[in-house]
Design a protein around this ligand. Structure first.
Ligand code: ADP
Ligand code: MG
Length: 677
C-alpha cells in the first residue's frame, strides 16, 4: 500500500529513514510526493553565446589532468583545462579533491557552473564524465537532510515508482482530464521526478496545480456549505422601511459598491443561514456606513449588535460617529478597557437586559463577564488584527449570530478566495465621489529639510502633518529612540509656534489618548509617531503624511498610512522618504507614487513579496501548496474554484459515479469529517 512505511522500499534502511523523517517523509506516498524544489536545466551552448556570470553547461575534452592545492582547514581547489570548440577553458572546482581520480586526460566531460567570460573560466558546481544523453537535460534538485544526496533520493523514488506505481490511482474525474488535457496521476508523478522534456514537465505541474487547488477549493466550499446548512442562524426579519429611512438620513447617497455590499449583507441577515462574510474596501471607501446600516437592520429585527475594533481610540471614534448617524434610533454604548467600576457594571447590566442595542468596543467585549440578551450581528473591524480565538469568542456571545468581518487591507483576489474560501466576500471597490486623490512623492533622505519647509508652510495655513518612523517590533527600543530623536530634532527645527507631538508604543494608554486628542484638536500641529495603530483615526485637518524610511514598509502598509490623509476638503500629500538599495525597493516607491488604488497595490505587493509575506508571519490562514503558486496560477485557481462550485452545487460527490474516487480522497481530510456522507 502507498501508506506503507518508507522502509519497505529497497535501499531505505533505518538510517536513511531517519534522514527522510527529517523531511517529513514517512510513507511511500510521502516520498512519491516529495517534489524537487527546482530543476537544473542543462543545455549546451556555443562559447560565444555564454553570458558572463550565468550558470552554463559546456562539453569538452580534458587537456591536462587536474592539479589540487590545499588551503585552510580541509579546503581544496582543483583545477584543470578542457578544450571545447578549439578553445582552452580553465575549470575550477572547490573542495572536491576526490574528483581528480575521475577526471583523466583526454576524457570527455560535461561541466556545469558559473561562467567567467573574461578569464574563459568555469567554476564547476556539477560535472559528469561523458557527454549529455540528450540536447537538454532536466535534473530535479531536492532539498536534503543528513547524509541524503540528490542521487540517493532519485534512486529511492525510482524504486518506489517501480514497486508501487501500479497502485497509484487516478481520482480526478475523466471529464476534467480530457477537458484540460491533463496527464494521468502516475504519468505526472513520473514526470515530476524524471522529466523527459520541458513541455512534459509543464503539463505535469499543471496537473498537480489543478489537483491541489481543486481539492482545496472543494474543501473550503464543502465547509462553507456545512456551516450554512448545519448551523442554523437567525432569519432576521428586519424593518425594510426603517432601514430605508435611516439610509435617507445620511448627508450622502451610497455609492453603488456600498449598495451592492449592503444588499449582500442584508440578504444574509434575512436568510436562515448563518452569515460568515468579509467586507473589504479601501480606507475611506465607506465601510463604516455599511456596517452601521447592517447593525441597524439587526436592531429593527429585535436583536442586539456588536462592533469590535482593535484600539480604544478607534472604538471611541466609531462610537461618536455612530451616535451621530443613529441619533435616537438606537441605544448605543461604548465598552473599552478604560471603562471600569460602576460605569462598566452598569453597561454590562444594560446589555444583559437589552437596554443597549449596539455596543462598540475593544477586546473588552470578549471578556467573560460580558453577556448579551440576544446578540444577532457581530462585526469585527480590521479583522486581521484579531486572532482566530478572539473572533470566535465574540461570536460565541450570541446564539449563532451573523458575523461580518471588515478589512481595509485589500486582499488580492487570489489570496482572498484562498485564505477566505470558507467565507463570502463583499468588496467596496469604489470611492465616494469628489474625493481628492492624495498626491504622492518619493524623496531621498537628503531632501528631508525641504520636506520640513513644506510642512511649515502648510501648518501656517492651519493644516497638520504626520511624520511616521518605522516600527518593526512594538518593543524595539531602537525604533522608539529613532522617533524620540526625530521629535527632538523637529522641535529645534520648527519655530516655537509649531507644536510637535510624539507618539509611540511605550506611552501609557492615557498618554496616547491625550496626544491623540491634542492632535485631533489641532493643538499639536506635527505628530511624530511610530505607531501605525494609534493613528488609525480620523483627523480630516491633517493633509501631509511623511513616512520616514519608507522602504521598511510593505506597499499595503504604506497605503494604509496614506489613507490617514485626504479625508477633508483640502488637497493632501504623502511623502515617502527612502533611499532603497535594491531594485525592488525602488520599484515599490515608484508604484506608490503612481497608484492610489488599494487593490492594485495589493496585487503588486503580492507579486513583490510573495503570498507568505503578504499576510505577515503571525497568521496567514493560507494553506501550503506543493506545486501551486498563488501569484502565478491565478487562472488555474479560478478554474478550480468554478469546478468546485459546480461539484458542490450539483452534489456530484454523492450522485455521480465518476466522482467517487475524488470523494474518497476528500474523506481523508479530517476537517471534512461529518461533511461528506
Ligand atoms: P472606511 O470605514 O471604509 O474607512 P468610512 O465609512 O469611515 O470609511 O468613510 C469615510 C468617510 O466617507 C466618512 O466621513 C463617511 O461619512 C464618508 N462617506 C461614506 N460613504 C460615503 C458616500 N457614499 N458618499 C460620500 N461620503 C461618504
Ligand atoms: Mg474604518
Amino acid at each position: 500500500m502507498l501508506t506503507d512505511p518508507i522502509t519497505t522500499i529497497k535501499g531505505a534502511g533505518e538510517r536513511v529513514a531517519e534522514d527522510l523523517a527529517a523531511l517529513r517523509i514517512f510513507t511511500v506516498e510521502d516520498l512519491l510526493y516529495y517534489f524537487p524544489y527546482r530543476y537544473d536545466v542543462l543545455e549546451i551552448k556555443p562559447i560565444s553565446e555564454l553570458i558572463h556570470e550565468d550558470k552554463v553547461t559546456i562539453e569538452g575534452r580534458v587537456l591536462y589532468e587536474p592539479s589540487v592545492t590545499y588551503y585552510g582547514k580541509r579546503k581544496s581547489r582543483l583545477t584543470f583545462t578542457v578544450e571545447t570548440e578549439g578553445i582552452a577553458v580553465k575549470a575550477v572546482m572547490f573542495n572536491r579533491a576526490f574528483a581528480k581520480k575521475q577526471i583523466k586526460a583526454n576524457a570527455v566531460v560535461t561541466l556545469t557552473g558559473k561562467w567567467d567570460a573574461h578569464r574563459l573560466q568555469i567554476t564547476v558546481s556539477n560535472y559528469k564524465i561523458g557527454t549529455m544523453e540528450k540536447e537538454t537535460e532536466i535534473n530535479p534538485i531536492y532539498s536534503l537532510r543528513g547524509n541524503l544526496t540528490n542521487m540517493k533520493i532519485k534512486k529511492l523514488i525510482r524504486t518506489a515508482l517501480d514497486q508501487y506505481g501500479s497502485m497509484i490511482e487516478e481520482f480526478l474525474p475523466e471529464q476534467y482530464l480530457l477537458e484540460y488535457k491533463i496527464p494521468s496521476r502516475l504519468k505526472a508523478l513520473e514526470t515530476m521526478h524524471f522529466p523527459p522534456s520541458r513541455a512534459a514537465l509543464k503539463h505535469a505541474r499543471r496537473r498537480f496545480t489543478y489537483e491541489e487547488l481543486l481539492l482545496f477549493q472543494l474543501k473550503m466550499q464543502l465547509i462553507r456549505k456545512r456551516n450554512r446548512e448545519q448551523t442554523a442562524g437567525n432569519a432576521h426579519r428586519y424593518d425594510v422601511e426603517k432601514v430605508k429611512q435611516f439610509i435617507q438620513s445620511f448627508p450622502f447617497s451610497l455609492t453603488s459598491a456600498q449598495s451592492r455590499s449592503l444588499h449582500e449583507i442584508l440578504r444574509d441577515l434575512r436568510s436562515p443561514y448563518r452569515m460568515n462574510r468579509l467586507l473589504q474596501g479601501d480606507v475611506g471607501s465607506g465601510k463604516t456606513a455599511v456596517a452601521a446600516i447592517s447593525l441597524y437592520a439587526a436592531v429593527t429585527a429585535g436583536k442586539q449588535g456588536a462592533l469590535m475594533v482593535p484600539t480604544e481610540i478607534l472604538a471611541e471614534q466609531h462610537y461618536e460617529s455612530l451616535k451621530n448617524m443613529f441619533k435616537d434610533r438606537a441605544e448605543i454604548a461604548l465598552l473599552t478597557g478604560s471603562i471600569k467600576g460602576k460605569k462598566r457594571k452598569e453597561i454590562l447590566d444594560r446589555l444583559l437586559r437589552q437596554e443597549i442595542d449596539i455596543v462598540i468596543g475593544t477586546h473588552a467585549l470578549i471578556q467573560e463577564e460580558v453577556f448579551f440578551h440576544d446578540l444577532g450581528l457581530v462585526i469585527v473591524d480590521e479583522q486581521h488584527r484579531f486572532g482566530v480565538d478572539q473572533r470566535r469568542a465574540l461570536r460565541d456571545k450570541g446564539l449563532h449570530p451573523d458575523v461580518l468581518f471588515m478589512t481595509a487591507t485589500p486582499i488580492p483576489r487570489t489570496l482572498a478566495i484562498t485564505a477566505f474560501g470558507d467565507m463570502d466576500v463583499s468588496t467596496i471597490d469604489e470611492m465616494p465621489k469628489g474625493r481628492k486623490q492624495v498626491e504622492t512623492y518619493w524623496a531621498k533622505e537628503n531632501m528631508f529639510e525641504r520636506v520640513l519647509k513644506m510642512i511649515e508652510k502648510h501648518v501656517a495655513l492651519g493644516e497638520q502633518a504626520y511624520i511616521i518612523c518605522p516600527l518593526i517590533e512594538e518593543s524595539d527600543k531602537l525604533d522608539i529612540q529613532n522617533a524620540v530623536d526625530l521629535h527632538q530634532q523637529l522641535v529645534q527645527f520648527f519655530p516655537p509656534t509649531i507644536n510637535v507631538g510624539l507618539m509611540h508604543g511605550r506611552l501609557k494608554q492615557e498618554e496616547k489618548e491625550q496626544v491623540m486628542s491634542q492632535f485631533a484638536n489641532n493643538e499639536i500641529h506635527v505628530l511624530v509617531s511610530t505607531t501605525v495603530v494609534e493613528v488609525g483615526v480620523n483627523v480630516p485637518n491633517a493633509t501631509i503624511m511623511v513616512v520616514y524610511d519608507a522602504e521598511r514598509f510593505g506597499l499595503s502598509q504604506l497605503h494604509q498610512l496614506r489613507g490617514r490623509v485626504g479625508r477633508g476638503e483640502k488637497q493632501s500629500y504623502c511623502i515617502l522618504i527612502a533611499d532603497p538599495k535594491g531594485e525592488t525597493g525602488k520599484e515599490r516607491m515608484r508604484i506608490m507614487t503612481e497608484t492610489t488604488n488599494g487593490f492594485e497595490l495589493s496585487e503588486q505587493d503580492l507579486k513583490l513579496r510573495g503570498p507568505g509575506d503578504f499576510f505577515g508571519k503571525k497568521q496567514s490562514g493560507l494553506p501550503e501548496f506543493k506545486v501551486a503558486d498563488l501569484v502565478h496560477d491565478y487562472r488555474a485557481l479560478e478554474t478550480a474554484r468554478k469546478d468546485a462550485a459546480e461539484i458542490v452545487e450539483n452534489r456530484l460527490l454523492d450522485n455521480d459515479s465518476d466522482f467517487q474516487l475524488l470523494k474518497k480522497r476528500l474523506e481523508k481530510d479530517p476537517a471534512l469529517m461529518d461533511t461528506l456522507d
